[in-house]
Design a protein around this ligand. Structure first.
Ligand code: EPU
Length: 419
């Protein structure tokens, strides 16, 4: 099992081009299943989750190749509509293949994605929305067997109880080739939803309202292939900004999605960092010790503060002047990284969904284990600003979402290696 070894205390300085977004790539790869013809996806990050998605595509009969951050997916010969449990479990977001397979063939068998590091991640909203679209869904053991009455999903009016990203994606994927009009009320407004819809429009889909809470889709009989560039990864952006801020560094992020990162940037600015943005670049200079964030940092659906950036910002604030308070409103169990931060000398108290972070003088290196993707990234942020050496094990979690994190950190002058 690989680990990261990090020698902390060096200021990160330099320029970094952001990787393509993981959370866009996965639904867009699933969406390629809907297209008759070849899809070429540029800026697709080389991540274990992306490889897992391409294994699912190949299993169901697509030809998916990946090199130099370009995925080429030919879905002309989709054969199977059943994804084995082993493949489903490789990646929790495999559930978005459900909508895509239903849109393509009118049927699919998938399994319940496994219990998660972030607390229970039910799929009740996905299932009830698809049922409204005329899909018969039976659960048998761990299998979910879905079949569209009449062979094709039907447009429907759907109101989500919560703007779930995955449920919104699944409905969009099933609706773009459904019969008639689908309206999604209380849809997720995350930038990755807009990226998915932009891709689908380029393939011939008729979708409007993405980025707002009401999305309208008119089903088309068939979609065609296209060439598309995946948006930059706003959470990787937040992570490298947090690393530079925590180490009193200075960074230029290129290939950045500036408006989409605004909810994070506006909070980071409150720590005293100077931040300047232009079209697709972010310049940030920290220089001195960070200040605690005065307002409570509440994670919310977009355009609120992103839950995926909670852990990395928390790590940066562990050695700030003063006390910061976080409130995690999206997932039940997203503070598992705090034990590792405590081991490194942080002062954090967790009470339900609130975490109170009292800034300490400095952190010290420690051996810790990544608990989940963003939690693992938070440990890397903390280790880079800590005094001494840290080892992070179970970095398979980090590799799910960050393309060669150690190389990015070394490019910025940090000491981080994989062993
Ligand atoms: N939820 C339900 N029922 C459902 C669906 C969701 O109760 O049917 C609950 C979840 O349990 C959770 C909340 O609703 O408490 C939000 O879940 P959502 O469906 O919005 O999240 P997701 O689609 O499972 C995506 C990202 C996550 C990100 C969340 C929120 C992907 C592949 N994953 O997950 O990313 O945290 O949206 O923005 O897009 C990550 O990248 O580290 C990550 C976890």
């Amino acid at each position: 099992m690989q680990k990261f070894i990090i020698n902390g205390g060096r200021r990160l300085r330099g320029e970094l081009a952001l990787q393509g977004s993981k959370n866009s790539s996965l639904p867009i790869m699933a969406a390629a299943l809907l297209c008759f013809g070849e899809c070429t996806l540029h800026s697709c990050p080389a991540l274990t989750d992306v490889y897992a998605a391409s294994r699912i595509l190949n299993f169901v009969g697509c030809k998916c190749t990946f090199s130099d951050n370009t995925a080429v997916i030919d879905s002309s010969a989709v054969g199977s509509t059943a994804v084995p449990e082993g493949l489903m479990r490789e990646m929790r977001s495999s559930i978005i293949f459900m909508g895509a397979m239903l849109g393509r063939t009118g049927e699919c068998t998938v399994s319940v994605p496994g219990g998660c590091e972030l607390g229970p991640r039910p799929i009740d909203m996905h299932l009830s929305a698809l049922r409204k679209m005329g899909i018969d869904i039976r659960e048998n053991g761990g299998d979910i067997i879905c079949r569209a009455f009449g062979g094709r999903a039907k447009g429907a009016k759907i109101s989500l109880a919560f703007p779930s990203v995955g449920a919104t994606e699944n409905v969009i994927l099933a609706a773009v080739t459904a019969e008639g009009e689908t309206v999604i009320n209380n849809a997720a407004r995350e930038p990755e939803i807009c990226d998915l819809c932009s891709f689908l429009r380029r393939c011939g889909a008729d979708i409007s309202g993405d980025g707002e809470s009401r999305i309208i889709i008119n089903g088309k009989k068939q979609l065609h292939g296209c060439e598309y560039t995946i948006m930059p990864d706003r959470i990787a952006g937040a992570t490298y900004l947090s690393m530079a801020a925590a180490t009193k560094g200075e960074i230029i992020l290129t290939n950045a999605c500036v408006p989409e990162m605004e909810p994070f940037i506006s909070v980071l600015e409150q720590t005293g960092c100077s931040i300047y943005t232009s079209e697709n670049r972010i310049y940030m200079r920290s220089g001195t010790r960070l200040r605690a964030v005065r307002d409570r940092i509440r994670t919310m659906p977009h355009p609120g503060f992103p839950t995926d950036a909670q852990a990395v910002l928390m790590a940066a604030l562990t050695a700030a002047d003063g006390t910061s308070v976080f409130e995690e409103n999206i997932f039940d169990c997203r503070y598992r990284h705090t034990d590792a931060l405590l081991k490194m000398g942080a002062d954090i108290q967790v009470l339900g969904k609130v975490a109170v972070v009292k800034g300490v003088e400095k952190l010290h290196g420690a051996n810790v284990e990544a608990t989940d993707l963003r939690g693992g990234a938070a440990m890397a942020v903390a280790a880079l600003c800590a005094e001494g050496c840290s080892e992070i094990t179970k970095i398979c979690h980090i590799d799910r979402g960050y393309e060669k994190m150690e190389e990015a950190v070394r490019l910025l002058g940090g000491e981080m290696r994989r062993s």
